[in-house]
Design a protein around this ligand. Sequence first.
Ligand code: FMN
Length: 187
Amino acid sequence: MEKTKILIAYGTRYGATTSTAEEISKVLQGEGFEVKVVNLKEEKVKDISKFELVIIGSGMKMEMWTSKAKAFLNKFSIELKKKKVALFVSSGARALMEYKGEHDEIIRITKKYLEDKASKYDLNPISMTMFGGIWDYNQMGKIYRKFLDAERENFIPAGIKETEPGVYDSRNWDEIRKWTKELASQI
Ligand SMILES: Cc1cc2nc3c(=O)[nH]c(=O)nc-3n(C[C@H](O)[C@H](O)[C@H](O)COP(=O)(O)O)c2cc1C
């Protein structure tokens, strides 16, 4: 029997969404699906007709999705309305907000990053979620680094690990795997 096909199409600036998408793919393959993972900066998607589920992911910067992920939503807006869709974003801010107890802010960004995006494209995703991301002080521009240096002291107390010198990763891999398994059960 042919395997059910899933597309994961994503946009990234600092690379976190790449490894998150790869982990999602690994879990879905383990559940018996055929998965195609596309970094939209490197590859164009021409056709989504063969996919039962399309997962669209994006990293966040200054509260904005990547232009590539937005372009994907624009390009396939009509087809996506008729498909099973799931959305995820990589957010560096969420873990810091949790640490600081800024619950209203988490509600606000969840709406802005996910719910508003789904509404804008008239999508009714079977699942939407916000994962952690990375703060990479080696990759960010000088001005941002200066601005974000003030946050650095919060990372370790917030439970964000320094995975390499200057790189702080707020992702919870168990959360990513759990979400993916739940998603797989909805297909
Ligand atoms: C300049 C800058 C701005 C950022 N703005 C946001 C933001 O508005 N909201 C957020 O949740 N994370 C923000 N982040 C953290 C990113 O979400 C995090 O780096 C994530 O890994 C981005 O996904 P990507 O690595 O796939 O690009 C920002 C990071 C940088 C360097």
